[in-house]
Write a new protein. Structure first.
Ligand SMILES: [Mn+2]
Ligand SMILES: [Mn+2]
Ligand SMILES: [Zn+2]
Ligand SMILES: [Zn+2]
Lengths: 154, 154
DNA sequence: CAACGCGTTGCAACGACTCGCAATAGCCAT
DNA sequence: ATGGCTATTGCGAGTCGTTGCAACGCGTTG
């Protein structure tokens, strides 16, 4: 629509990380299928946390023939490509984040059931402590810490 | 067997935390059942981590009629009483610890699959950081942090 | 445009857990 | 010892996620 783009020779199209997926797949001998297209359309409109079940439900809205195992496998693939990240909620259920948000962990209050994102500076303390003491490189995105929030003490 | 105990009026029998379970249950209007007895016998001989499935299997060895849902419910109860604690492994599966070990979290290396316990001083850094910055009271026992160990970098 | 190879899909079966419900059985009071 | 109250059990059904396998179809080649 914007006519000013028409003339540009090497217009940088403000790429979203999703734009070159088809190529990235092909480059690895993988394929660009309708099922993967559907999932990515769904992921594009997500923000914050989504459970795998919610993603499957959204895919079903767009394509009634959606199969759970296919979505789970596609999510695994996208995670390998670094486009999504999953962790496990307090009950062990999967929760996904769409990148490229800041990588972060989660805090869950067993008192009120609220979930918060761990702020970067707090996350850094955890990452640094384990790096310094054990040489362990933490993947914060897969972390959910439970306990009681300030409002739910005692 | 030891005859020297026979005469003692108020011998303190080096109580294990399991010894007074029947009373603790009764005190709360709860019941002492064969299924709970079986589970506790199994728990007594555990050390380190056990998955719920492993516990169910062990209970079945002692009592072939063991039912999974009953074991899950008994574990919930024992956790409320503070006698066991569970967390979720990297795949979200439940892992139990028998108390009164030091409460601790876990580290999982996605490279080699090894799991370590987080040492008290390292755990303290995490607990203190979240307490200081957010007033959040961490339950370290329910934490599993994944990442890459020193031997599995790059 | 037709043929081929292999990456993917759909399905069915399974494992880990949860929940509602009716039958069972601890525990206490006569 | 008997009876009753109600906590607990066992079961069936359901959810979430994984995996093996045969059929399918994307993408390439001629
Ligand atoms: Mn995981
Ligand atoms: Mn441990
Ligand atoms: Zn709270
Ligand atoms: Zn490792």
């Amino acid at each position: 629509m914007p006519p000013e783009q028409k003339a540009g020779a090497t217009v940088r199209p403000a790429v979203s990380p999703w734009d070159d997926i088809a190529e990235r797949l092909h480059a690895n001998g993988l394929r660009w299928t309708p099922q993967r297209r559907t999932l990515i359309e769904v992921l594009k409109e997500q923000q914050g946390h989504v459970t795998a079940s919610e993603l499957i439900a959204s895919c079903k809205e767009r394509d009634r023939t959606t199969t759970p195992s296919t979505v789970y496998r596609a999510l695994d693939l996208l995670e390998e490509l670094g486009l999504v990240r999953h962790g496990h909620g307090h009950d062990g259920r999967e929760e996904y984040h769409v990148l490229p948000d800041q990588v972060h962990g989660h805090l869950y209050c067993v008192g009120c059931g609220t979930t918060w994102e761990i702020r970067p500076e707090t996350g850094a303390v955890i990452v640094d402590a384990l790096a310094a003491q054990l040489g362990f490189d933490v993947d914060l995105s897969h972390v959910t810490i439970s306990g009681r929030c300030a409002g739910c003490h005692d």
